[in-house]
Each structure stands twice: as C-alpha cells, then as structure tokens.
Design a protein around this ligand. Structure first.
Ligand code: AP5
Ligand code: MG
Length: 196
C-alpha cells in the first residue's frame, strides 16, 4: 500500500491537489474536513456537535476525527492506499494514525508538505469566501483563527514524521499544474527509487 499525507495550512491547496493525485495514483481520498462537512449537511448528531467549532475555525476533538478515520479505513478494505487530507492535525492524531496503519501491516509512505505564505493563504480563502458555502470562509477573522490553530497545534505534526525522514516540502504557490508535477515527482521517486 502507498499511504500519503498531504500536509499544509488552510488554503494551501490540499483539496485541489488531492483530486488530481487520487486519480493519477488510484488512492482513496480521506479528508476529515469533507467528512465533517457531510455530517453537518446531513444534520447528524456528530454534525451538530462539531458545527460551532468548525464555524469558529477551531479544531474538533481528536477522538471524533480518529474514530471517523478508523471507520473510513475499515470501510475500504480493497484500497491500494490512502491519501490523508487535513489529517492528522495534532500529534495525538498522528500517533493514533500510525497505530491504526500498523494494525493493518502498513504505514505512512510519505508526507508532502505544501508551503504557502500567510499572505497568499488569506488572500485565497477570502476570495473563495465571496462565493463558497463554507462556514469557515465567511470572514477574515475566522480565516485568521484557522491559521492560528494550525500554527499552534498542527505545524508540529511535520516534526513527528521528520523523525522518520518522511517529510518532503513542496512549494505550493504558483501554477496548479506545476505544483501537481512537483508532488508527483516526489511520489514517483518514493515509489520507484533509482539507485545510482
Ligand atoms: P479542512 O476542510 O481540512 O480545511 P482547511 O485545512 O482549513 O483547508 P481548506 O480545505 O480550506 O484548504 P485546502 O488546503 O484544502 O486548499 P484548497 O484546495 O481548498 O478543515 C476544516 C475544519 O474542519 C477545521 O478548521 C476543523 O474545524 C475541522 N477539521 C478537519 N479535519 C480535522 C482534524 N483532523 N482534526 C480536528 N479538526 C478537523 O484551496 C483553497 C483555495 O485556494 C481554493 O479556492 C482553491 O481554488 C485555491 N487554490 C488552490 N491552489 C491554488 C494555487 N496554486 N493558486 C491559487 N489558488 C489556489
Ligand atoms: Mg481542503
């Protein structure tokens, strides 16, 4: 199995690039943000429980997302590999994910970390907020709260995977096709290492 974490701050292009990567590499896309938004849209008890936190740009509790990912992995026994988007977002989530994967005799193959300046992130999300339905794009204060939450709790997740030498940094600004190519190059190198 090839399991990839697409890592990066809010607005760095995780969703945009995930769509392309899953189709090129045949991976199952697991986005905790998309799963939570679907719970909210269906007005499930879980959706109602997380809606206010998401609307404020805060993370939802670890137990909730870990359980969602656990079920999603179990529900896809035939997957060739998973692309995790927006997960793990805390060190506790990273440790839980490592454990879940090791129980399936697999592991994270690579962490691709998109790097985008704060100025560009805010500008992308404010722009999307003018037309999107996302409750967390409604105004700049919420967008800044999401970035603060990322810096406080999520950025350190890269250090967890750096310990195992799994992190590759990718410039996430500029043309979407060029970013996709940079991501693909790292995946190809990892999948078929060339010995010189
Ligand atoms: P989540 O859904 O994961 O959102 P996010 O990380 O805040 O980021 P986005 O989805 O907005 O951005 P993205 O990186 O996917 O970029 P995108 O491709 O959309 O999480 C939402 C909330 O759910 C969290 O705040 C939290 O409350 C909760 N949650 C989710 N997972 C959780 C977890 N594990 N633990 C706890 N809570 C969790 O692109 C953004 C915009 O930029 C788009 O308009 C796009 O068209 C544009 N764009 C993309 N690439 C480019 C480019 N190269 N140039 C110009 N524009 C571009
Ligand atoms: Mg996204």
């Amino acid at each position: 199995m090839f399991n990839l974490i697409l890592f990066g701050p809010p607005g760095s292009g995780k969703g945009t690039q995930s769509e392309r990567l899953i189709s090129k590499y045949g991976l199952k896309h697991l986005s905790t943000g998309d799963l939570l938004r679907s719970e909210i849209a269906r007005e499930t008890p879980l959706g109602l429980a997380v809606k206010n936190l998401m609307a404020k740009g805060e993370l939802v509790p670890d137990e909730i997302v870990i359980e969602m990912i656990n079920s999603a992995i179990d529900n896809n026994p035939a997957a060739n590999g998973f692309l995790f988007d927006g997960f793990p977002r805390t060190n506790a989530q990273a440790e839980a994910l490592d454990k879940l994967l090791s129980q399936k005799n697999t592991e994270i193959s690579i962490v691709l970390a998109l790097q985008v300046s704060d100025k560009e992130l805010v500008s992308r999300l404010v722009k999307r907020g003018q037309t999107s339905e996302r409750i967390d794009d409604r105004n700049e204060d919420i967008i800044l709260a999401r970035l603060a939450e990322y810096n406080k709790k999520t950025a350190a997740v890269a250090d967890h995977y750096k310990k195992y030498d799994k992190v590759k940094y990718i410039k996430g600004e500029g043309n979407i096709d060029d970013i996709f190519e940079r991501l693909s190059d790292e995946i190809d190198k990892k999948k078929e290492p060339r010995f010189t």
